[in-house]
Design a protein. Sequence first.
Length: 236
Amino acid sequence: MTEKDRVELNGMRVFPFISSRQLLDYVDEHKGLLVAVNAEKVMKATEETCAIVNNNIGYADGAGVMVAMHKKGHPEAVRIAGCDLWLDIIKECHHEKTFYLIGGKQDVIDDTVIKLRSEYSDIRILGYRNGYINNEIERNELIDDVTEKKPDIIYVAMGSPVQEFLMADMLKKHPAIYQGLGGSFDVFTGRVKRAPIWWQKHNIEFLYRFLRQPQRYKREYYRLKFLVWMLFGKFK
């Protein structure tokens, strides 16, 4: 996988990985931000968010982005769910890498760390904190702590684009592998239920979430807009 393989969607250049294994192999050789890209993120793209994705490692987290890659000449590209990917990385690297976790409410991050340590007795978590950063002083203290402790992999679960902006600032001070996780800690600790496997395998996990949470309808506008753009060839 090389830079020239990237697929551009509304200014965002996304890697058409054909498996999570290929993505993991790429990450082994390239430090930076792992950015999950879905239809909503593409349609809300700004100059700032495009720069973060294009300077790092954007991958298809949404089924719509995967289909768009197929239409643009990459039929083997797959969707890689970020809420699975971070755990795949830990499973593979827990015995040799160090970690730092940021995000969620205090009880969520506490339970996340407890569960990880129970599943991987040798995991080295150098630091963690909740995702409620109240001011620039706290933000700078966090960046300084990460810079001082130098973890190999940093997970940030705060939602987009806040988590991407924070990771980009941390990357300037400490080169490492960063991954934005959104609500993955809530899923990992059982507070939020993922779609059953059948829905996941058929790439319609978004529909399951919508049926369970109709209040998400505003977010579906971006998915619909993405579909229209794709059908009418607006992604050049």
